[in-house]
Design a protein around this ligand. Structure first.
Ligand code: AMP
Ligand code: ZN
Length: 134
């Protein structure tokens, strides 16, 4: 196994707040959220980026991302959701294990900047609990 923090999360060697999972995909809260409920969806097997995976797995990641987006809308009251996904260092990727960011957006926040609002006062655990409920 490569020395990879997301593989360690899958192996249970590092903690995470699980939101949703399937046989091949795991979704959990970003540890440094850009907004309340900011979630990452990753393949359980290590793939660096979209170039390294087959189209079938890429489709499964989109399917799981859509499911999380719906949970953010239904359970957190998100008015919109952004999908963000970087491939390669040139594209801004820092953790070299494929991950789709699913970012809930709220009408009261500016569309131009990530909000620095009260969401940071809530623990990841409390947010995850709300997000999973429904
Ligand atoms: P990037 O590769 O630029 O998309 O950034 C990696 C993302 O992973 C950042 O948003 C980090 O906050 C997030 N991240 C890094 N380590 C962890 C971790 N142990 N648990 C949850 N999220 C993490
Ligand atoms: Zn990995």
């Amino acid at each position: 196994m490569p020395d990879c923090i997301f593989c360690k999360i899958i192996e249970g060697e590092l903690p995470s707040e699980k939101i949703y999972e399937t046989e091949e995909v795991y979704c959990f809260l970003d540890a440094n959220p850009l907004g309340k409920g900011h979630t990452l969806c990753i393949p359980k097997k290590h793939h660096q980026n979209v170039f390294e995976m087959d189209a079938d797995l890429a489709a499964k990641l989109i399917k799981a991302s859509k499911k999380v987006a719906q949970m953010q809308k239904d359970n957190l009251g998100a008015d919109g959701v952004d999908f963000l996904q970087y491939n390669g260092r040139a594209g801004g990727q820092e953790v070299m294990h494929y991950h789709m960011h699913i970012l809930p957006r709220f009408e009261e926040d500016s569309v131009d900047a990530w909000p620095e609002t009260a969401y940071k006062k809530e623990s990841l655990e409390a947010t995850a609990k709300k997000l999973r409920s429904g």
